[in-house]
Design a protein around this ligand. Structure first.
Ligand SMILES: Cc1cc2nc3c(=O)[nH]c(=O)nc-3n(C[C@H](O)[C@H](O)[C@H](O)COP(=O)(O)OP(=O)(O)OC[C@H]3O[C@@H](n4cnc5c(N)ncnc54)[C@H](O)[C@@H]3O)c2cc1C
Length: 311
């Protein structure tokens, strides 16, 4: 008799909890979308390697999820295994360097660095994701990029090999890295700091940056942050230098909605789900409306920053 995926998974002795048909609404900041066929929160990196090997041998697709603050999960869910990184959350400090597992919250790393007098990450305080998700998309804010103080990243290939890549070889650029293309699971990374200040001053700056986000309305309703990237247009274009948000606002779409999905009036590049009633299809329809209107009015193609997971 052919064993089910559940039976086969049990045989490889994974100590982490395995859930079947788990709704992903509570694991994403937009709070919409379907379920994961198989949902696992691995407790350590060697379990990740076991699961990836198992998935490869059984031709099961694997999707990675951090805190779900930059994704839209399909209403039809995610086939195969979804690995969520919440329990991979160790930080190890050695002098002025930190080794950080992928599931560590960005806030936790930023505050640990500040408390140890290490300067450079304060602008990221208040960014609501994990460090793994941030490195994947090279998160940036207030003119800084998360890859700036990074020495190396370790990732696990789909056939379970552990590879260390130096920061300078990881192709970091605006909201991009080699991890977007190589399908690897970012397991841990290493940051070294070279500038130092008093912890009190650094923590004060962290609070300042978080307050800026608060004032802009970032935490007022479920969202996935900025939907679109900064438009890439030539210098002689009449709307060169305009942000996606300002173009959407100029197009008159602020506040426009498709069912429960609404273009935030505090930030036109945010789609919010204020009553938690939006489906992912509503969000997709709204994205299409924004792209069409901006294209028609300004001849600019808006490219999504958020990532689409699932069917
Ligand atoms: C209110 C708000 C404000 C935001 N502000 C900013 C901002 O200023 N700047 C900015 O850049 N972003 C911003 N974001 C977006 C988001 O917070 C960041 O991009 C964050 O870094 C994503 O981390 P995450 O853990 O939530 O990743 P997720 O959303 O879970 O995943 C994002 C992508 O990374 C992949 N991924 C996650 N973990 C791993 C891993 N271990 N290995 C391989 N792939 C992985 C996922 O498959 C997915 O494709 C904001 C979001 C919100 C809700």
């Amino acid at each position: 008799m052919i064993p089910t995926v559940r039976e086969s998974l049990e045989k490889i002795n994974i100590t982490s909890k395995i859930l079947f048909n788990e709704s992903l609404k509570k694991y994403t900041s937009l709070q919409c979308g379907g379920s994961a066929d198989i949902f696992i929160q691995p407790d350590n990196i060697s379990i990740v390697r076991k699961i990836l090997l198992f998935a490869k041998q059984h031709a099961i697709p694997v999707t990675f999820l951090g805190k779900g603050t930059n994704v839209l999960v399909s209403d039809r869910g995610i086939r195969g295994i979804t690995l969520q990184t919440e329990n991979l959350c160790k930080i190890t400090l050695c002098d002025t360097s930190f080794t950080v597992e992928c599931g560590v919250e960005v806030d936790k790393l930023v505050i640990s660095a500040a408390e140890n007098g290490c300067q450079g990450l304060e602008g990221f305080y208040g960014l609501p994701g994990t460090i793994g998700g941030s490195i994947f998309g090279n998160a940036g804010c207030f003119g800084y990029e998360i890859s700036e103080h990074l020495d190396w990243v370790e990732y696990i290939t789909p056939d379970s090999k552990l590879i260390r890549v130096l920061s300078e070889d990881a192709d970091f650029s605006y909201r991009s890295s080699c991890f977007l293309k190589n399908s690897g699971f970012i397991s841990q990374m290493h940051f070294t700091f070279h500038n130092f200040e008093s912890p009190n001053e650094l923590i004060r700056r962290c609070m300042y940056y978080r307050l800026q986000r608060e004032k802009k309305g970032h935490y007022t309703a479920p969202s996935a942050g900025s939907v679109f990237k900064k438009p890439d247009v030539p210098e002689d274009h009449p709307y060169f230098g305009f942000s996606a948000g300002s173009l959407i606002e100029k197009s008159g779409l602020s506040g426009f909605s498709v069912n429960g999905a609404v273009i935030a009036d505090f930030h036109a590049n945010f789609i919010i789900n204020p009553e938690k009633k939006a489906s992912s299809d509503d969000v997709l329809q709204l994205i299409a409306v924004m792209q069409k209107r901006v294209k028609r009015m300004f001849a600019i193609d808006l490219e999504c920053e958020i990532r689409f997971l699932g069917d």
